[in-house]
Ligand binder design. Structure first.
Ligand code: SAH
Ligand code: SF4
Length: 338
């Protein structure tokens, strides 16, 4: 039986119309879905007749929490089970500015970055828009706290699942749904240039983060196969165009690998690459993933790298590493479990 949440809002409206239902029913149903309803019986403002006809045609299942790891700092790492038995990960984090949830957009990932656990085994499938929304709903319920920031930085490449991701963004932003401000959402991409332009047109208020990780084409290609077809100079050109158009700061993520991309010459190259752009570099010592043998820089080396960048005019911070005592690097929990 088809899950009702798989229908787009347009499709749902059409189905209801065929049933002779008034147009406002669609909004009622959407509201219930966004409250996390997992059966039609809960939808008390909908007539019994419609509820029974809905349950004849559709299921209303949700994804579920398979496992939670709770860190001393309040970070909660979730292994979520999809209805088809696949797993994805999400992480709840407490920051000064509010609670943040990091969510996944695909089961696995096809981009093959050498340092990343999510990419091992490739992409199994894209998540539907409703499954991405369900990550938010089930984690919020489990955490028992409101969540007002979202980062699309879990498993998967959001721009390799553009349609579902954009439907999700519209749904979570809709005042009839969660009503989350676009400004409280950040999407991270490995750098699919064509989609960066589309995204800036479609969602100019959503924060954009780019996984940079290297300051030259040659070095970046070694780490990220996506760089071969999406060249660094074109990527930076796109970022400059987008930040000028949206007037929003772009975040560059940079995982520090000891002796490989954390040298003085890397500071130099980075600062000339990004000079004059409205941007910010988010540094994080690489989380070791057993499969690749690469070592993250020390905390000290990361702090020094940040201060050298700052001195050369590029705002940089070392990301507070939350949940160190649990498997907080994306993809690691699922890999262990499956
Ligand atoms: N696919 C998207 C978003 C998910 S990954 C992207 O790549 O941007 C979220 C961030 O974690 C990315 O910046 C990614 O490069 C980084 N990351 C992946 N594996 C890592 C590791 N082992 N250590 C540190 N950062 C890592
Ligand atoms: Fe995919 Fe991002 Fe991991 Fe690269 S870093 S393999 S794009 S999830």
């Amino acid at each position: 039986m088809r899950n009702i949440k798989e229908l787009s809002r347009q499709q749902l409206a059409e189905w209801l119309k065929e049933q002779g239902q008034p147009a406002y029913r669609e909004k009622q149903l959407f509201r219930w879905i966004c409250k996390g309803a997992s059966s039609f019986d809960e939808m008390t403002d909908i007539s019994k007749d419609l509820r029974s006809s809905l349950s004849e045609h559709f299921s209303c299942e949700s994804i579920s929490v398979e496992l939670v790891q709770i860190s001393k700092d309040g970070t909660r790492k979730y292994l979520l089970k999809l209805i088809d038995g696949n797993f994805v990960e999400a992480v709840f984090m407490k920051y000064e500015y509010g609670n943040t949830l990091c969510i996944s957009t695909q089961v696995g990932c096809n981009m093959g970055c050498v340092f990343c656990a999510s990419g091992i085994g490739g992409k199994i499938r894209n998540l539907y828009a409703w499954e991405i929304l369900d990550e938010y709903l089930v984690c919020r319920k489990e955490a028992g706290e409101d969540i007002n920031h979202i980062v699309l930085m879990g498993m998967g490449e959001p721009f390799d699942n553009y349609d579902n991701v954009s439907e999700f963004l519209k749904d979570i932003h809709d005042p009839d749904g969660i009503g989350l401000s676009y400004r409280n959402i950040t999407l991270s991409t490995s750098g699919i240039i064509r989609k960066i332009y589309t995204f800036a047109d479609d969602f100019p208020q959503v924060n954009l983060a780019i996984s940079l990780h290297a300051a030259t084409q040659e070095e970046r290609e070694k780490l990220m196969p996506v760089a071969k077809g999406n060249r660094l100079d074109d990527l930076i050109k796109a970022c400059r165009a987008v930040s000028e158009k949206t007037r929003r700061r772009i975040t560059f993520e940079y995982a520090l690998i000891a002796g490989q991309n954390d040298r003085d010459e890397d500071v130099k190259k980075l600062s000339s690459l990004l000079s004059g752009m409205l941007c910010h570099i988010n540094l994080i010592p690489l989380n070791p993933v057993a499969e690749n043998g690469m070592q993250g820089s020390t905390k000290d080396a990361a702090m020094q790298f940040a201060s050298k960048l700052e001195k050369s005019g590029i705002p940089a911070t070392v990301r507070r590493s939350l949940g160190r005592d649990i498997d907080a690097a994306c993809g690691q929990l699922r890999k262990k479990h499956t």
